[in-house]
Design a protein around this ligand. Structure first.
Ligand code: GDR
Length: 353
């Protein structure tokens, strides 16, 4: 029989997102009592808003808003968590160019309100902040480490720098056990459809299902360091198990271009991406952050964390899940032995413009 008194209590803000859902599963497997914060609208329409949460019976959800200190303070008081994972944010970088105010309000104030609520109500609670490689932006060194200077290139990146600094200040000024992960892009079959990886893999599935003719993307030559979300949430948990709070880069150390991602995704169903992918300048961002590649040596040495899923497996897993969802898995090929060669001349033409 379980000794419920001894179960550790964790709270996740952002539990309905990709990372929140994987973290929930990790914590349940470790026998935590898990609480989550969601918007009230999600509780009213769970099929739509909470679709990633497989085990809804085993989590206690609380309505609250990142825009309301009172609502967050109320949840902190009521739950008295021992660990708080703050993953909720306006997380789509492109959108932050269209609406700077809501990105800043949600991401900066939301983080500040939670830290302040913890300081006032549960100062012993350990806190995790979801920092981002976007904080490095136009970094002046490659790969980036915890000591690389920040040079954010979007309001999203700026809001994350603010959250990172708030987290550090609560650690130094008030003694909170508050840590930040500087996470590079991390993907999975649960990734939102607006992000480039899922846009590509869902596009591949829809093309073979005859539902779509092409995938319209922005800049194909930007490079990212892409890992698997399921593994990145393990790093979050490990950070809060350390005796001392700290900041850690979480990355694979390997970069690929959007073009390579597309080439690989189409190769998984035996197609050539050049026949289906269009690059539309309208979808280019005003400022890009090339090249982002993380050095996760500190996480490896101190947390014993390292990524396990390689680029090819990640792409294949996402394409496979999207094909299965549409019943077109008959198109799937074995894992391609190599990433298909991308059209170098197209890349060079793009760079010369
Ligand atoms: P990113 O992820 O901005 O890195 O932030 P995203 O997948 O949106 O973009 C990656 C790169 O692909 C280029 N790109 C496109 N992007 C999108 N979304 N759609 C397109 O059609 C397209 N074409 C090209 C982009 O210009 C960009 O360079 C993600 C988010 O999860 C953040 O919240 C997180 O902090 C960082 O990763 C680490």
């Amino acid at each position: 029989m379980h000794n419920f008194m001894a179960r550790r209590k964790a709270l996740i803000s952002g539990i309905s997102g990709q990372d929140g859902s994987y973290l929930l599963e990790l914590l349940l497997a470790k026998d935590y009592e898990v609480h989550g914060i969601v918007r009230r609208v999600a509780l009213e329409d769970p099929e739509h808003h909470l679709s990633r949460i497989v085990d809804r019976e085993r989590v206690q959800l609380h309505p609250a808003s990142l825009e309301s200190y009172a609502s967050l303070h109320h949840v902190a008081e009521r739950v008295q968590p021992e660990e708080w994972y703050h993953l909720a944010a306006q997380s789509f970088v492109s959108y932050s160019f269209d609406d700077e105010s809501s990105t800043l309000n949600t991401n900066m104030n939301g983080t500040h309100y939670i830290l302040s609520a913890l300081k006032n109500s549960v100062p012993s609670c350990r806190f995790y902040f979801a920092g981002s490689s976007e904080m490095f932006g136009n970094a002046d060194e490659v790969p980036q480490t915890e000591s690389t200077r920040f040079h954010p290139r979007s309001t999203y990146g700026i809001s994350k720098v603010a959250g990172f600094e708030l987290t550090r200040n609560y650690r130094e000024a008030y003694g909170l056990h508050a840590s930040s992960g500087i996470l590079y892009n991390h993907e999975s079959p649960r990734r939102g459809f607006v992000f480039v990886t899922r846009k590509i893999t869902s596009g591949v599935a829809r093309i073979v299902a005859g539902l779509q003719k092409e995938v319209r993307l922005g800049n194909l030559d930007v490079q990212r360091d892409w890992g698997h979300s399921r593994e990145y949430v393990e790093a979050m948990w490990l950070m809060l198990q350390q005796p001392e709070p700290d900041d850690y880069v979480i990355a694979t150390g390997e970069t690929h271009s959007v073009r390579e991602f597309a080439a690989m995704a189409f190769a998984c169903v035996g197609l050539d991406y050049r026949d289906y992918v269009k690059s539309d300048p309208v979808l280019f961002r005003p400022t890009e952050v090339n090249p982002l590649r993380g050095d996760a040596s500190k996480a490896r040495e101190r947390l014993g964390w390292q990524p396990r899923t390689g680029f090819r497996q990640l792409v294949r897993e996402m394409v496979e899940a999207d094909c299965r969802a549409l019943g077109v898995q008959g198109w799937l090929r074995d894992l391609p032995v190599a990433i298909p060669e991308v059209d170098e001349s197209a890349r060079l033409r793009g760079a010369a413009r």
